[in-house]
Design a protein around this ligand. Sequence first.
Ligand code: ZN
Ligand code: ZN
Length: 289
Amino acid sequence: MITGSCLCRGIRFEVSAELGMVGQCHCEDCRKANGSAFAVNAPVPRESFRFVCGEELLVRYLSSPGKERCFCSRCGSPVFSVFFERDPGTLRLRLGTLDADPGARPVVHGWVSDRASWERLPDDGLPRFATGDPKSLMPRVKLRAEDPGSQGAQSLIAELDAELSKVYPPDAMFGLHGDDHEEGRMVFLVARVRDRPVACGALRTLDAKMGEVKRMYVVPDLRGEGISRRILSAIETIAIGKRHEVLRLETGSRQQAAQSLYRSAGYQEIPRYGEYVNGAFSVCFEKKL
Ligand SMILES: [Zn+2]
Ligand SMILES: [Zn+2]
């Protein structure tokens, strides 16, 4: 359990999850909000965060559209920020408020182009990005095929199923077919940042000319950063290598972000097919390769 508190100790909190990717943000907003050269922030799931006391002291400031910075009204300590429209389930914790060593270490400098003129960047070997531009994360995302039974793959699949089960009944969820991997009908891709598994997707062979995209998932704190697009394009490349001419996929009627990803990548909606014919929540797409 990670614990933290503000300067006056009026606010105390606990976090039951591990920290996401720790970043040092040098943007002007973080500098002003913290009165320091940079803020050290890490995402945590909102449901893992609990106030021990002092929730009534927390106030929110809308620092930019869709983003609130939350701090103690008595002592001013920044506690977390939240993108309440884009990613309301994630809090970006300010690590300076933690009471003990959380174990995680910063892995990236963001917004270095915005840093204070007097700041001397440390020579710590960490990647430095001019902006918070998500695309700059991409060189650090490593993609490779893994056994779907691997620990990383299994943890991503479990997160995906947990997320789907919040919005769909069990019979509207279509997972992998157990024997596909053993019989060579499936390639399962896992994306990692350093060792952390952050995203997955699979290609399943339907027949000689047709493949199917399955199990696309990106961890919540890294969404909107182009990782799913990269996995999709890797799947297409593999499908072309297998001489497939068409890729199909099924997604859910409530997966709006997924549907726009597929449309923008050239997929067109088709009637429900195969095992999804009677899927009340199924929306199916197809792309000619
Ligand atoms: Zn306080
Ligand atoms: Zn910042």
